[in-house]
Design a protein around this ligand. Structure first.
Ligand code: HEC
Length: 121
Protein backbone atom coordinates (compact mmCIF):
# COMPACT_ATOMS: atom_id res chain seq x y z
CA UNK A 1 0.00 0.00 0.00
CA UNK A 2 2.75 2.42 0.97
CA UNK A 3 4.46 1.67 -2.34
CA UNK A 4 1.29 2.49 -4.27
CA UNK A 5 0.89 5.80 -2.46
CA UNK A 6 4.53 6.68 -3.12
CA UNK A 7 4.19 5.88 -6.82
CA UNK A 8 0.99 7.91 -7.12
CA UNK A 9 2.61 10.83 -5.28
CA UNK A 10 5.58 10.76 -7.64
CA UNK A 11 3.27 10.65 -10.65
CA UNK A 12 1.33 13.62 -9.28
CA UNK A 13 4.51 15.60 -8.59
CA UNK A 14 5.67 14.80 -12.10
CA UNK A 15 2.53 16.16 -13.73
CA UNK A 16 2.54 19.25 -11.48
CA UNK A 17 6.11 19.99 -12.55
CA UNK A 18 4.99 19.56 -16.17
CA UNK A 19 2.13 22.05 -15.77
CA UNK A 20 4.56 24.54 -14.21
CA UNK A 21 6.96 24.26 -17.12
CA UNK A 22 10.71 23.71 -17.11
CA UNK A 23 12.48 27.08 -17.28
CA UNK A 24 15.79 25.54 -18.39
CA UNK A 25 14.13 23.92 -21.41
CA UNK A 26 12.20 27.14 -21.94
CA UNK A 27 15.44 29.10 -22.21
CA UNK A 28 16.41 26.96 -25.20
CA UNK A 29 12.96 27.48 -26.74
CA UNK A 30 13.27 31.23 -26.29
CA UNK A 31 16.01 31.19 -28.96
CA UNK A 32 13.13 31.18 -31.48
CA UNK A 33 11.85 34.44 -30.00
CA UNK A 34 15.31 35.94 -29.38
CA UNK A 35 15.78 36.40 -33.13
CA UNK A 36 13.39 39.34 -32.71
CA UNK A 37 12.94 40.01 -28.97
CA UNK A 38 15.30 41.08 -26.19
CA UNK A 39 14.58 40.84 -22.48
CA UNK A 40 16.39 44.00 -21.39
CA UNK A 41 14.23 47.04 -20.62
CA UNK A 42 14.03 49.46 -23.55
CA UNK A 43 15.81 47.09 -25.94
CA UNK A 44 13.48 46.90 -28.93
CA UNK A 45 14.59 44.86 -31.91
CA UNK A 46 12.43 43.60 -34.80
CA UNK A 47 9.92 43.01 -31.99
CA UNK A 48 9.32 45.01 -28.80
CA UNK A 49 11.34 44.34 -25.63
CA UNK A 50 9.73 41.59 -23.55
CA UNK A 51 11.07 43.05 -20.30
CA UNK A 52 8.23 43.15 -17.75
CA UNK A 53 5.85 41.53 -20.24
CA UNK A 54 3.57 39.95 -17.61
CA UNK A 55 0.92 42.39 -16.46
CA UNK A 56 1.64 44.72 -19.39
CA UNK A 57 -1.21 45.70 -21.75
CA UNK A 58 -0.47 44.81 -25.38
CA UNK A 59 1.16 47.52 -27.49
CA UNK A 60 2.05 49.67 -24.47
CA UNK A 61 5.71 50.54 -25.18
CA UNK A 62 5.82 54.16 -26.35
CA UNK A 63 9.03 53.65 -28.35
CA UNK A 64 7.88 50.69 -30.48
CA UNK A 65 5.75 51.00 -33.63
CA UNK A 66 3.03 48.42 -33.20
CA UNK A 67 0.52 47.34 -35.82
CA UNK A 68 -3.01 48.77 -35.62
CA UNK A 69 -4.20 45.21 -34.87
CA UNK A 70 -1.94 44.91 -31.80
CA UNK A 71 -3.01 48.37 -30.57
CA UNK A 72 -6.69 47.46 -30.90
CA UNK A 73 -6.34 44.04 -29.29
CA UNK A 74 -7.12 45.09 -25.67
CA UNK A 75 -5.10 42.10 -24.42
CA UNK A 76 -3.15 42.16 -21.17
CA UNK A 77 -0.19 39.76 -21.19
CA UNK A 78 -0.45 37.02 -18.58
CA UNK A 79 0.88 33.43 -18.70
CA UNK A 80 -2.58 32.43 -20.01
CA UNK A 81 -2.93 35.06 -22.76
CA UNK A 82 0.70 34.57 -23.84
CA UNK A 83 0.04 30.83 -24.10
CA UNK A 84 -2.89 31.45 -26.49
CA UNK A 85 -0.91 34.03 -28.49
CA UNK A 86 2.19 31.87 -28.93
CA UNK A 87 0.05 28.89 -30.01
CA UNK A 88 -1.08 30.80 -33.08
CA UNK A 89 -0.45 34.57 -33.08
CA UNK A 90 -2.63 35.25 -36.14
CA UNK A 91 -5.59 33.33 -34.74
CA UNK A 92 -5.61 35.35 -31.50
CA UNK A 93 -4.84 38.78 -32.99
CA UNK A 94 -5.60 38.73 -36.73
CA UNK A 95 -3.39 41.03 -38.85
CA UNK A 96 -0.79 41.57 -36.12
CA UNK A 97 2.73 41.96 -37.58
CA UNK A 98 4.62 39.31 -35.64
CA UNK A 99 6.13 36.99 -38.27
CA UNK A 100 5.92 33.79 -36.21
CA UNK A 101 3.80 30.78 -37.19
CA UNK A 102 3.23 29.48 -33.67
CA UNK A 103 4.40 26.87 -31.18
CA UNK A 104 1.94 23.96 -31.33
CA UNK A 105 3.40 21.85 -28.51
CA UNK A 106 1.76 22.70 -25.15
CA UNK A 107 4.70 21.43 -23.08
CA UNK A 108 7.11 23.60 -25.10
CA UNK A 109 4.87 26.60 -24.44
CA UNK A 110 4.69 26.02 -20.70
CA UNK A 111 8.50 25.63 -20.59
CA UNK A 112 8.89 28.87 -22.54
CA UNK A 113 6.45 30.74 -20.27
CA UNK A 114 8.17 29.40 -17.12
CA UNK A 115 11.45 30.79 -18.47
CA UNK A 116 9.90 34.15 -19.38
CA UNK A 117 8.36 34.51 -15.92
CA UNK A 118 11.88 34.46 -14.49
CA UNK A 119 13.85 36.17 -17.23
CA UNK A 120 11.50 39.06 -18.09
CA UNK A 121 11.61 40.61 -14.60
C1 HEC B 1 10.51 37.25 -36.71
C2 HEC B 1 10.36 38.14 -35.57
C3 HEC B 1 9.59 37.66 -34.33
C4 HEC B 1 9.65 36.43 -33.70
C5 HEC B 1 10.45 35.20 -34.11
C6 HEC B 1 8.81 36.54 -32.53
N1 HEC B 1 8.26 37.79 -32.46
FE1 HEC B 1 7.00 38.47 -30.99
N2 HEC B 1 6.74 40.19 -32.02
C7 HEC B 1 7.37 40.55 -33.20
C8 HEC B 1 6.83 41.80 -33.70
C9 HEC B 1 7.23 42.53 -34.96
C10 HEC B 1 5.84 42.19 -32.76
C11 HEC B 1 4.89 43.40 -32.86
C12 HEC B 1 3.65 42.90 -33.61
C13 HEC B 1 2.60 43.97 -33.90
O1 HEC B 1 2.75 45.14 -33.52
O2 HEC B 1 1.61 43.58 -34.55
C14 HEC B 1 5.82 41.17 -31.72
C15 HEC B 1 5.01 41.22 -30.59
C16 HEC B 1 5.07 40.33 -29.53
C17 HEC B 1 4.37 40.46 -28.29
C18 HEC B 1 3.49 41.64 -27.89
C19 HEC B 1 4.37 42.61 -27.08
C20 HEC B 1 3.69 43.89 -26.62
O3 HEC B 1 4.42 44.80 -26.21
O4 HEC B 1 2.46 43.98 -26.67
C21 HEC B 1 4.68 39.38 -27.52
C22 HEC B 1 4.18 39.09 -26.13
C23 HEC B 1 5.58 38.56 -28.30
N3 HEC B 1 5.80 39.17 -29.51
C24 HEC B 1 6.13 37.37 -27.85
C25 HEC B 1 6.89 36.53 -28.66
C26 HEC B 1 7.36 35.22 -28.24
C27 HEC B 1 7.12 34.60 -26.87
C28 HEC B 1 8.05 34.68 -29.30
C29 HEC B 1 8.68 33.31 -29.42
C30 HEC B 1 7.81 32.18 -29.26
C31 HEC B 1 8.03 35.67 -30.37
N4 HEC B 1 7.32 36.77 -29.94
C32 HEC B 1 8.63 35.52 -31.62
C33 HEC B 1 8.36 39.82 -33.83
C34 HEC B 1 8.70 38.50 -33.54
Amino acid sequence: MKVVVAVLTLAWLGSAARAEGDAAKGEAKFKECAACHKLEAGANNVGPSLHGIFGRPAASLADFRYSPAMKRSAVTWTPETLDVFVTNPQAMIPANRMPYAGLANAADRSDLIAYLQKASK
